[in-house]
Design a protein around this ligand. Structure first.
Ligand code: 5GP
Length: 190
């Protein structure tokens, strides 16, 4: 996606060799036109998969996941970041470390919105170490639903999340892949 690469080069801020600030397009401000183009592209890649539900984790995955859901004509369920009660039988929950905040949070999904006959497409903003993704994948597995794949806006290839998820056998599609953030520069993988 050349338009997205251009926006990342123009508006992304390299904070360190590990972190790229994308508040201008993904994590604080949302550009509806760009988000619509990105969501349509991810939807097109999974259109033949009989998806019944889109899932994401709040909050930055929600705008693009919404576009994918609208395109495929299915509901969107977002995992909430919320303290869960021990022994709560109404929800699935997992504890995940947060890459950017340096804390551990619980993500939870009500059993009401995730069923064994669901075919889930998991959409997220950025994949780094993959902790958030692994947490939601565990929840999908516990519900005995089928994960048809995962689509992300940005894959940071120099961290292990995406490759470890592909090694689990999950089809993971990224709109752009970033090879390195060294020397304050964004280098894309072709
Ligand atoms: P992971 O669990 O894969 O390590 O991190 C996933 C989440 O952390 C993403 O959904 C994203 O919100 C945030 N994140 C990870 N790396 C970056 C980054 O370089 N820049 C920004 N803006 N967010 C990031």
């Amino acid at each position: 996606m050349e338009a997205l690469k251009q926006r990342i080069l123009e508006e992304g801020i390299v904070l360190s060799d590990q972190v790229l600030k994308l508040d201008a397009i993904l994590n604080h401000q949302i550009d509806p036109k760009l988000t619509t183009v990105m969501g349509k592209e991810l939807a097109a890649r999974f259109r033949d998969q009989q998806v019944t539900k889109i899932m994401t984790v709040e909050s930055s995955g929600i705008p693009i996941a919404f576009v994918v859901a609208a395109e495929l004509g299915v509901p969107l369920v977002f995992a909430r970041r919320k303290k869960t009660l021990v022994g709560d039988t109404e929800t699935y929950s997992e504890r995940v470390p947060s890459f950017t905040k340096g804390i551990v949070t619980d993500i939870m999904v009500s059993r009401q919105f995730l069923h064994a006959d669901d075919r889930i497409l998991f959409i997220d903003d950025i994949i780094a170490n993959g902790d958030a993704a692994r947490g939601l994948i565990k929840i999908i597995e516990r519900a005995e639903a089928t994960l048809v794949g995962m689509g992300v806006v940005v894959e940071k290839c120099f961290q292990q999340g995406a490759s470890s998820i592909r090694e689990q056998g999950v089809r993971l599609e990224a709109l752009v892949k970033i090879k390195s953030l060294e020397d304050g520069k964004v280098q894309f993988q072709e």
